[in-house]
Design a protein around this ligand. Sequence first.
Ligand SMILES: Nc1nc2c(ncn2[C@@H]2O[C@H](COP(=O)(O)OP(=O)(O)OP(=O)(O)O)[C@@H](O)[C@H]2O)c(=O)[nH]1
Ligand SMILES: *[C@@H]1O[C@H](CO)[C@@H](O)[C@H](O)[C@H]1NC(C)=O
Ligand SMILES: [Mg+2]
Length: 391
Amino acid sequence: MLFVAFCLVLGVLGHVVASGFTDDELVPLMPFIWPKDEPLEAIVIDLESYLEQHVTVAQAGLDLLSVTVDQTAVCESRSPENGTFVVLCRNDELYSLLETMQSIKDRYTHQFCHDWVFLNDEPFDEYFMTGIVLQMPGGMISFGQIPKEQWGPPSWIDLAEAAKKQQALVAKNVYKADSNSYRNMCRYYSGFFYKHPLLSAYKYYWRLEPGVKYYCDIDYDVFRFMRENDKKYGFTISLFEYRDTITSLWEISKQWMSRMSLPLDNMVGFVENADGSYNLCHFWLNFEIADLDFFRSPQYQAYFDHLDRAGGFYYERWGDAPVHTIAATHLLAKSEIWWFRDMGYLHSPYLQCPQGKAFLSQRCACNPEADFTLSGISCAPLYEAIQNDLL
Ligand SMILES: Nc1nc2c(ncn2[C@@H]2O[C@H](COP(=O)(O)OP(=O)(O)OP(=O)(O)O)[C@@H](O)[C@H]2O)c(=O)[nH]1
Ligand SMILES: *[C@@H]1O[C@H](CO)[C@@H](O)[C@H](O)[C@H]1NC(C)=O
Ligand SMILES: [Mg+2]
């Protein structure tokens, strides 16, 4: 025991001396290069000792975890596009994530080997990272940690006031009203993920959540599609937000947007009623394929900062979905927004399932009659009407 502790301390000191990085630099250390032709058992032993050094340091709170496994040599054909998958999740979500990745691998990544970035507010453990890496069909696979100051209420939030307002939402039975971790997640996805150092090398991302499933073949590189067609924001399912979670979001957003010069061919009609109020439509954010540079733009960042100052991520329970949606519909041209209706996609309880010819040619495995688009609580008809100038 003493010996183990001694080795840990030595390892930790060695790391700090060797890396020389300060807390806020967050530079990824040397990647682990996956040797192509070695026996798997040997690779796993080396991988685990590489991971362990980093996990030990991160769990001791001495540095944020930042680990990269270079499996590009394993890709059958690597996508030349500047994009990556992004997954924010916890260590205990490994198995539902593996199922999700299996469906992505079957339907998509066996043809287009992309990179992956996994983020967590706590350090990922060796068990999680090894499990993920062994599943991968290749690519650059990175695991990062979220800086403390980006996860949790900022200093100007009055915590007593926030707790009081939270109780009022709980009394109204509002979905996730009592969850602070959900609030942290929504704020992070609204204003910080695109600034993470592990994402700074990329332009496009595809957001995945543990537990979602893909049911149809996707035979083209989605990042190439985004680039060639000048798309900046893509979604699958769109629906109505719970009004009580965003009581003041629309007014605050409208005031801010009224000072901006918006593109004339924007998509505000997707979110705004004739009387100027919010119709509650939003893109469901467990799926998102988008241009990180849109979020990195000074305009989006200023919008987020304004919302963050107002405090509604904690005083109310603003979702990242209405925030991204209000931003995209106001700040982008409608031609830059895209509905991926060809994706067979499930995030419980809602399913998008292509119909007719698409169902057949993409060999879908979902029930087309259970398609959310047909349910009457989808915003897709409004989206279609606006895209086709029918309104
Ligand atoms: N690391 C980490 N990940 C989180 C945390 N909260 C949420 N996430 C991730 O973000 C995803 C979205 O959060 P959920 O709680 O599932 O939110 P949701 O999809 O709106 O709600 P559900 O209907 O419950 O799935 C989850 O799948 C998690 O992977 C957190 O506190 N830490
Ligand atoms: C990828 O995109 C990012 C963000 O736009 C950019 O900074 C970077 O130079 C791009 N990389 C390549 C290889 O084009
Ligand atoms: Mg979820």
